[in-house]
Design a protein around this ligand. Structure first.
Ligand SMILES: [Ca+2]
Length: 372
């Protein structure tokens, strides 16, 4: 979709102004006046949409599914895993609502409009991590001193609205997941919407879609048309079998599981509120890190580059970490939601229903200040 917040008007005037000026001599003839009037009738009225109007068109990506809680097995039976997936453990979660998609650039734009004084971590520190092959032209000079074999570059000006550094924009990808988001930013956004970050168990329970012990949200067999990962040689030589090299629209692939949740695996890592501990280091000596889940567009199915992507996969990140492949989605405790909007019958979970639940969608999107 074309995004235009006034530039087309400027182009239009610069194109027509000289021609109009030539038609305005000191003594304008009647025929010329008539000609001018006819031309003015033929000229279309340019009323460019503002970005505020355009982002409303992505509201359909902002809805939630209710997840009936219960007991389940977390992790995977792979002793070679060093990320804490192994061994499998029994866990239990209570009922909750979860965003069906990762938070999009459009939705985060709304947040920034509503909270103009909020400055994201990347904006405050003035830089964020960007992969070298993706750098915006204006940012490529910053990669000159990066050691050979290092692919992450600390890029000045990179932030949620400039994902590849100065000169880049999200206006052409408003339905992609927002990135360069720290845990603090994610929590601020969730709080603004009356939600919170999921725990790791909530995220994994939702991702499993009611299946027990499966590798992927849809089962054990990998499906390339369900998720945005990296195919081919890393970092250059992406064969884009899944059509995308960087981030993709959050609804580009069909829902990944029977709960109707999109993009749980692939596209971007997602923040959770669960502390991450390395298995072999004394917990008291470890820096504070939180679990992110789901893998991203630079991770792969087999782990030939970066992390193996599967439902149980996890990684620890410092809460102020921001990068081109980290985003989030929010949840809301079911009880808190019912207290606000009335009881939802959990005997009817949304299994097999990929459409928005109209009962949820009808709920007001903007809450009163005293509810937040
Ligand atoms: Ca891809």
């Amino acid at each position: 979709m074309r995004v235009d917040d006034g530039q087309s008007s400027i182009c239009f005037l610069s194109t027509w102004a000289p021609a109009v000026a030539r038609l305005l001599p000191n003594k304008m003839s009647v025929s010329r006046i008539i000609l001018l009037a006819l031309v003015s009738l033929l000229v279309p009225v340019v009323t460019p949409q503002s970005i505020s109007q355009i982002i409303q068109e992505y509201d359909h990506l902002d809805y939630m599914k209710v997840i009936k809680g219960g007991k389940f097995l977390t992790g995977i039976n792979d002793p070679e895993s060093d990320s804490g997936e192994y061994p499998m453990q029994e866990a239990e979660v209570k009922a909750f609502y979860i965003d069906t998609h990762p938070i999009t650039n459009a939705h985060f734009w709304k947040f920034k409009e509503a909270k103009p004084r909020y400055v994201t971590t990347a904006e405050r520190q003035g830089w964020s991590w960007v992969l070298k092959p993706f750098l915006a032209p204006a940012a490529r000079d910053q990669a000159r001193n990066v050691p050979e074999g290092t692919w992450w570059v600390p890029v000045k000006g990179a932030a949620w609205n400039k994902p590849e550094g100065l000169g880049s924009t999200v206006r052409d990808r408003l339905d992609h997941p927002v990135v360069h988001i720290s845990m603090e930013d994610a929590k601020a956004f969730c709080t603004w919407t009356g939600k919170r970050l999921p725990t790791e168990n909530e995220w994994e329970f939702a991702a499993r879609g009611g299946l027990q012990g499966k590798i992927y949200p849809w089962g054990d067999r990998y499906q390339k048309n369900r998720t945005n990962l990296w195919q081919g040689k890393f970092p250059e030589g992406n064969t884009k079998v899944d059509h995308w090299e960087g981030t993709s629209p959050v609804d580009f692939y069909r829902a990944q599981n029977q709960f109707g949740l999109y993009d749980m695996l692939g596209n971007v890592w997602e923040w959770t509120s669960t502390r991450y501990y390395d298995r072999v280091v004394d917990r008291k000596l470890q820096e504070v890190m939180y679990v992110v889940k789901g893998g991203s567009f630079i991770d792969s199915r087999e782990g030939h580059c970066n992390r193996i992507v599967r439902t149980a996969q996890r990684m620890g990140l410092q809460p102020d970490y921001t990068a081109q492949n980290v985003g989030f989605r929010c949840v809301r405790s079911a009880k808190a939601y019912w207290d606000l909007h009335g009881h939802r019958d959990l005997r009817r979970p949304f299994i097999g229903d990929n459409r928005p639940d109209p009962r949820v969608k009808r709920q007001p999107r903007h809450h009163k200040k005293d509810e937040l």
